[in-house]
Write a protein that binds this ligand. Sequence first.
Ligand code: FAD
Length: 180
Amino acid sequence: AQRKEQQQDEDTKSKPLPKGVVLGPDGKPCRTCTSSAAWRAMMKGPVAQSKPISTSNTSAAQAATALESQSDCPPDVEELGRSTWTLLHTMTAQYPERPSLTQQLETKSFIGLFSKMYPCWHCADDFRSWMKGGNEPRVSNRDEFGKWMCEAHNAVNVKLGKKEFDCNKWEERWRTGWKD
Ligand code: FAD
């Protein structure tokens, strides 16, 4: 692993980086800040699979799922993002309707620390700037917190050129399930 990292360091110094590869504070390519496509372009090869996948007894769909779920590699910026939003929205879904003052303070404290420790540094920087720009966490009850998180996620969606999510539907998506 150390050799691989050294090789990567040398490659980084000697070749120009493909578009989309983001460097970390240490000046090295930051995987959790970079999309898998850009990372692959840098490594010039397909994503490594941990185990060979036998397709003899499986359907094409099962094999495709296996390929995805068996790529137990470190997450890129997208996989990390999807997992993190699942955690964050699920936290809002489980947040009390009438939180105590302590719960509200602890929640704000969590968001503050999260915004410093999120392992994609440019995502974390932008998230902190968004909060400072008049979007302090609203944690007075579940619906407020759920909508605030939805707005935070939408700010990233807009930044990435994605469709905004209807925040009136946050609870159906993350707590109750869709109405028929
Ligand atoms: P995601 O955006 O991960 O969404 C997952 C699911 O959440 C969707 O399928 C949808 O059902 C639901 N959803 C979508 N929007 C909302 C919403 N507003 N409210 C509730 N539910 C919603 N990536 C970057 O490339 N650059 C960044 O700067 C960046 N910043 C990020 C900051 C934070 C704090 C986090 C947690 C992630 C960040 N990401 C960033 C990752 C990015 O937001 C996505 O997670 C990633 O691009 C994968 O996107 P996706 O289309 O699979 O769905």
